[in-house]
Design a protein. Structure first.
Length: 253
């Protein structure tokens, strides 16, 4: 499979040719449900492609591990192709570096075993000279699970081994929470949310990046809650965020 000749070197629409080569190389792979590719033709004779192997439901972990190894070898020989695998609701990028690929495979295993996780995407996110970077998005089954998974994946729990070089970690599911602008744990934003949650029912909340404050908190409580007191609780728990912390109710205009 890996030894098939490639015609991409002389193709005018190189992204299209790379995608076609990827599909031809992997089309007959056992346990494959389908292949999804992208075609990026940047300039004549230049381009890139992303190829995703979508595996059949029930594909074993050992089989996924074997395919990861084969795909890692493929992308190491085709530097203009990004290789990805989708299995058990988790989609992840396979990179040429064996150590980084081992890390992401271990995270795939733990996420698929976590019943708090509905789906996830782990994507390589290089920036300038910083190539060892990841962007992770996880959907949890509920808000409680979302916060617990976020803490675990940031190294504050023992369920998941965090990846090195994560630029953004986002977890959603009744709650939206992501790393702050320093790619760090949004401790104050979470403290504000937990302070309100300890006393009042929360419908939904967003703890996300903000260009000015570095973090922004938006908490929506149920109708009838003392919003002013809830806001006071939140801002007291996150004194450095100030007006970036807001509490409203489901009935608020």
């Amino acid at each position: 499979m890996l030894g098939l000749p490639s015609l991409t070197g002389c193709a005018i629409d190189k992204g299209t040719a790379l995608a076609a080569d990827f599909e031809e190389n992997w089309d007959s792979t056992p346990d494959l449900a389908k292949i999804r590719t992208t075609k990026n033709n940047t300039l004549p004779f230049k381009g890139t492609s992303t190829g995703t192997l979508i595996l059949k439901d029930g594909t074993s972990a050992d089989r996924v591990t074997k395919l990861v190894g084969e795909l890692r070898e493929y992308v190491s020989r085709h530097d203009k192709i990004t290789g990805r695998i989708a299995a058990d609701g988790i989609t992840f990028t396979v990179v040429a570096d064996e150590g980084r690929t081992g890390e992401v495979l271990a995270l795939w295993r733990s996420l698929t075993a976590d019943d708090r996780v509905a789906d996830a995407d782990i994507n390589d996110a290089p920036w300038k000279k910083a190539t060892d970077r990841w962007r992770i998005e996880v959907t949890a089954v509920d808000a409680t699970g979302a916060l617990a998974v976020f803490k675990d994946m940031y190294g504050r729990g023992d369920r998941h081994r965090p990846l090195s070089g994560v630029i953004v970690l986002t977890v959603k599911g009744g709650l939206f929470v992501e790393t702050d602008f320093n790619d760090g744990f949004p401790a104050e934003a979470i403290a504000a949310y937990e302070a309100v949650l300890a006393q009042y029912p929360v419908i939904r909340a967003t703890l996300r990046r903000d260009a000015v404050s570095g973090s922004a908190v938006s908490i929506v409580v149920v109708e009838g809650v003392d919003r002013h007191h809830a806001r006071e609780l939140a801002r007291r728990a996150a004194p450095n965020l100030g007006a970036a912390v807001e509490v409203t109710s489901d009935s608020a205009d």
